[in-house]
Design a protein around this ligand. Structure first.
Ligand code: FRU
Length: 480
C-alpha cells in the first residue's frame, strides 16, 4: 500500500482510499484500540455512509481493515459508539463479553428522512458485525436525532447514552439496563453557542491534572456557526449526577475543544485501561470545505489522539489536552536558551521535512508578537504565535499554500490567559499543524497545503527585545 502521496499525513490516520469524516466507536478491547470512522467505500465524496475500521496497539500505528458496518437497504450508518458488554447485559454475546455498536441509522422513508438509534453486535473483536433484529432501539420519528455516545455508569450499573437533538440544540440523556430499552433521563441545552446544529455529543469523566479529583466534560459539535467558521466544538465542564448534566458556575466552564478550524466530532475511547486518561480523537476537517480537500485517492484524516485532564487555577477551569506522539520521536535537536533574535532554527538554507514536533517554552512576554513561522518557500508560510497585545494565540494560514476555498485562508485565534505559561507544542505533518499552548488548555488544529515538503522554521521577531525561549525539535517517524 502507498501512503506517500503529496499531503498524505505521516503521523495521523487516513484511510488508504476514499472519503472519511467523523471517528466512530472508539474503544479499547483485548489489547487493540479500534477506530471506526464514517466512510464511503465507493468514492471520495460523502455518501453511502458506512463504518470503516482500523486497529492499533499504540493509538498511532493503524492497520486498516475491511468495512465493518456497511450501509444496508435504504439506511446509512451514521455516527455512534461501541461498548464492551462485559456482563452480556444485552444478551447478544454468545460467550463472555462482546462488542456492541450503537449507531444512528439514517433512512430515507416515503415521509422523508428518519434518524433512529440502532444496535449491531460483533463476536470476533470488531471484524464482523450483525444487525440486531429488534432495530431500531430508539425512534422519536424525527429527521434529526443522532450520534449516540454510550458508556457504562459503574455507580448506577446501567448504560448512559448522550444523543443530540441537533435543531433544538439539546443533548438528551437516556439510561438502559441492556442497550435495548432506553429511559429518558434529562435534556441539556439550549445553552452556550447555538448558532448551528448540535451534533456528536460526548460525556466524559475527566481527571484533574494535579489531584485525585474528577470533573465531567460534555462536548458537542456545532455546525455551521462555530466562531472560527463552519464546524467546531464547544465543551461544558460540570457535574453529571447520574441523571442530568449541570454546568459549573466557575469561569472557564464553557470553552472550545479546538480553536482551529479542523477538529470536529471528536469522541473519547471507551473501556480504556484504568491508568490511561480519557483520550479524544477527532476528524481533521471542516464541513465548509471538506469536499474540496485536494488529496487523492483518499479524502479526510483524523487528529492525533489527545489525553484529557482539567486544570483549575486563578483564571478558572479549563480542559487540558496532551497529544499522544512521543513514541514516534526520532532524532532530537536541543533548542535550549535559543534567543528570539536568532532568525532560523536551522540557519538559513537548512530545511526539514515533516513530520516533526517542536516544543518551545517562552519567557515572560514582552509587548510583542512572538512565535514561529514555517516556510515552504519564500512566499508561503504558516505562522503560529502569541500576541501579547491582543491577548491572543493564533495560527495564520492565509499564506500557507493552496487556498482550497474562500473559507480556507484564515487566521484562527484563541484568547490568551496571561497567568498561564507561554508554552507551545506543535506537531507539523504534511498537511496540518496541530498546536497545544498554555499548558494544553488551548488546542488549535488547522489543515495547511504547503507548496513543498522542504520546510524552514523561523522564530520571530528577530529584532525585538529578547524574549528567552527554550525548546526542542524531534523528527517524527512515519506511522506507515
Ligand atoms: C457530523 C455528522 C454527524 C452524522 C455524520 C454523517 O459530522 O453530520 O452528525 O452522524 O456526520 O456522516
Amino acid at each position: 500500500s502507498d501512503y506517500d502521496q503529496p499531503y498524505r499525513p505521516q503521523v495521523h490516520f487516513s484511510p488508504e482510499e476514499h472519503w472519511t469524516n467523523d471517528p466512530n466507536g472508539l474503544v479499547f478491547y483485548q489489547g487493540e484500540y479500534h477506530l471506526f470512522f464514517q466512510y464511503n467505500p465507493f468514492g471520495n465524496q460523502w455518501g453511502h455512509m458506512s463504518w470503516g475500521h482500523a486497529v492499533s496497539t499504540d493509538l498511532l500505528h493503524w492497520h486498516e481493515l475491511p468495512v465493518a458496518i456497511p450501509e444496508h437497504d435504504d439506511t446509512m450508518i451514521f455516527t455512534g459508539s461501541v461498548v464492551v458488554d462485559h456482563q452480556n447485559t444485552s444478551g447478544l454475546c454468545t460467550h463472555g463479553d462482546c462488542l456492541v455498536a450503537i449507531y444512528t441509522g439514517h433512512t430515507q422513508t416515503s415521509e422523508g428522512i428518519r434518524q433512529t438509534q440502532n444496535l449491531a453486535v460483533s463476536l470476533d473483536k470488531g471484524r464482523n458485525w450483525a444487525q440486531y433484529p429488534g432495530n431500531p432501539v430508539l425512534d422519536l420519528h424525527m429527521a434529526d436525532f443522532r450520534d449516540p455516545s454510550v458508556s457504562w455508569d459503574p455507580i448506577a450499573h446501567h448504560w448512559i447514552m448522550a444523543v443530540s437533538l441537533p435543531k433544538e440544540h439539546k443533548v438528551r440523556f437516556y439510561s438502559s439496563p441492556d442497550l435495548k430499552q432506553w429511559t429518558l433521563l434529562s435534556d441539556f441545552g439550549p445553552t452556550g453557542d447555538t448558532n448551528g446544529d448540535w451534533e456528536c455529543p460526548n460525556l466524559i469523566r475527566v481527571p484533574s491534572s494535579n489531584s485525585a479529583r474528577t470533573i465531567w466534560a460534555l462536548k458537542v459539535g456545532l455546525n455551521p456557526g462555530a466562531p472560527q467558521g463552519g464546524s467546531g466544538e464547544q465543551y461544558f465542564l460540570g457535574d453529571f449526577d447520574g441523571k442530568a448534566f449541570h454546568q459549573s458556575h466557575l469561569r472557564g466552564s464553557h470553552g472550545w475543544t479546538n480553536y482551529g478550524k479542523d477538529d470536529y466530532c471528536a469522541i473519547s475511547f471507551n473501556n480504556l485501561p484504568k491508568d490511561q486518561k480519557p483520550t479524544l480523537l477527532g476528524w481533521m476537517s471542516n464541513w465548509q470545505y471538506a469536499a474540496k480537500i485536494p488529496t487523492t485517492p483518499w479524502r479526510g484524516q483524523m487528529s492525533l489522539p489527545r489525553r484529557l485532564s482539567y486544570i483549575s487555577d486563578a483564571a478558572g477551569l479549563a480542559l487540558k489536552q496532551e497529544p499522544v506522539v512521543a513514541p514516534l520521536r526520532g532524532k532530537n535537536y536541543e533548542l535550549s536558551a535559543l534567543s528570539i533574535n536568532s532568525s532560523a532554527l536551522y540557519g538559513s538554507g537548512h530545511t526539514i521535512q515533516p513530520p516533526f514536533e517542536i516544543r518551545l517554552q517562552f519567557g515572560h512576554p514582552a509587548e510583542a508578537v512572538f512565535g514561529l513561522r514555517i516556510y515552504s518557500d519564500q512566499q508561503h508560510w504558516t505562522e503560529v504565535a502569541f500576541d501579547a497585545n491582543k491577548k491572543e494565540f493564533y495560527i495564520d494560514r492565509t499564506h500557507s499554500g493552496a487556498a482550497i476555498s474562500p473559507d480556507f485562508p484564515v487566521r484562527t485565534t484563541s484568547p490568551l490567559i496571561t497567568t498561564r505559561p507561554y508554552d507551545l507544542t506543535l506537531i507539523v505533518d504534511r498537511s496540518s499543524v496541530e498546536a497545544f499552548a498554555q499548558d494544553g488548555t488551548i488546542a488549535m488544529t488547522d489543515l495547511v497545503f504547503p507548496v513543498s515538503n522542504n520546510l524552514q522554521i523561523q522564530i520571530f521577531p528577530d529584532d525585538a527585545k529578547p524574549i528567552q525561549s527554550e525548546g526542542q525539535l524531534w523528527e517524527l517517524k512515519s506511522i506507515w
